[in-house]
Design a protein around this ligand. Sequence first.
Ligand code: SF4
Length: 208
Amino acid sequence: MENKDTIVYELYGKTYINLTNSCTNECEFCIRDIKDDVGGKNMKLKYDNIIGEDVINALVENKDSLKDEIVYCGFGEPTLRLSALIKSAKFIKENYKDKKIRLNTNGHGNLVYKTDIVPQLAQYIDSVSISLNAQDEETYNKISKPKIKDAYKGMLDFVKKCKENNIETTLTIVTHFKDYKIDVQKCKEIADSLGVKFREREYLNNGY
Ligand code: SF4
């Protein structure tokens, strides 16, 4: 059956891939709670069980308008659809050789699968943005409300694994959201201590 959900979409000169609406966090600032669309495209999936072929079909359908960077992001955690992610990323690298691939993730993948998935990702993913979200576990648990145990520690371990596997790695935070006290300096120090990049994004009311 052909999947008519929004899987591939474009925003700010990049191509994005919406793999799932599921996530192991329930972040206070999550865009999914504010709106259903991005740039007019409905991101709520009717069929939230996307497989590699669905993504490949959507990429082929959009092949003439694909941008230089293809980002796995969307309204959920992409690594929860790991086999679709790996299969489609392999397809991109084999068929659109000039494209760079980025993964935006909450960094829970190794906790979810109880194994190190980073070497698999490193075969195809050029860069990864991981949501640090907070300077310590207590603040993280308040703002991101993880549904799995030891999520903050697991996320930091995931960052180390990405760095070890030579994926260009950036830790991100969202600031100015309600009265949450995010210590930007401490967050930056965490990124520095792990030898990865750091990016601060101010919360926007429309979510992006
Ligand atoms: S990690 Fe991303 S998708 Fe998941 S709840 Fe947080 S903001 Fe939403």
